[in-house]
Design a protein around this ligand. Structure first.
Ligand code: ZN
Length: 237
């Protein structure tokens, strides 16, 4: 963070993650859009529309932070789902435009947000209270992970190590905050030492990227468990 109040590091993760998502998107053909993403029940088109509308929704939180006027991300869960379903059926060119336009507009909003507004309290769609500055990392998470979800061969191993570690920390903090009982030892083989979670339990080892993918609900490929079986995980968000 610099003196002007901008959460610079997180903004950089959004910028590089948005580029990552855009590169994955550029690999798709019109026919690919209706195909399955890596998110169960979601087409690629639905993931693309969701990423575009998520930026629009975060702009509402910017407005809230700047003006104090309560403008939630979505008017209702039904409205959000309907918007994604409609968006999923758009031609690829329009989906790309939606992503580019909403990305640029959100970036402009952030760049012009006054320092005090970054500290203003807003709420996520799950109702969690947070400061406006925390919504930047929320967006970074979206663009990196959904870039992989587009199923064009992307992987958590493409992510900067700092993003991988932050995702893992997010999941563990979320579980702690919700009082989830998870007992295991996480052993990222490409990091310093294992981390114990809860009471003694199986040791799960693999690359930090593969562990982060598993912790965020996207499959445990490449991991090994000391009991031969990966423990069941609570949801991560
Ligand atoms: Zn999402």
């Amino acid at each position: 963070m610099t003196g002007d109040g901008l959460p610079d590091e997180d903004l950089e993760w959004v910028r590089s993650g948005s580029d990552y998502f855009a590169r994955r998107l550029a690999e798709l053909t019109e026919e690919d859009v209706a195909g399955d993403s890596l998110l169960p029940g979601w087409t690629r088109g639905a993931v693309i529309a969701h990423v575009g509308y998520n930026a629009v929704a975060l702009r509402r939180l910017c407005h809230w932070a700047r003006t104090g006027e309560e403008t939630p991300m979505y008017t209702s869960e039904e409205a959000r789902d309907a918007e994604i379903a409609r968006g999923a059926a758009l031609p690829l060119g329009e989906l790309r435009q939606l992503c580019t336009d909403s990305r640029d507009a959100l970036d402009d909003d952030w760049r012009s947000l006054p320092a005090e507004a970054w500290e203003a309290e807003v709420r996520t769609r799950q109702g969690r209270r947070l400061r406006a500055r925390e919504t930047v990392w929320m967006r970074a998470r979206e663009v990196w992970i959904h870039g992989v979800d587009l199923a064009t061969g992307g992987s958590y191993r493409d992510f900067p190590p700092a993003v991988v570690d932050r995702l893992t920390a997010d999941v563990l903090e979320g579980w702690a905050a919700r009082g989830e009982a998870v007992d295991m030892v996480l052993h990222p083989t490409d990091r310093d030492g294992p981390t114990s979670i809860g009471s003694p339990g199986p040791t799960v080892s693999g690359s930090a990227a593969d562990l982060a993918r598993w912790l965020t609900g996207r499959g445990g490929g490449g991991l090994e468990s000391s009991t031969g079986e990966l423990p069941a995980l609570p949801r991560w968000l």
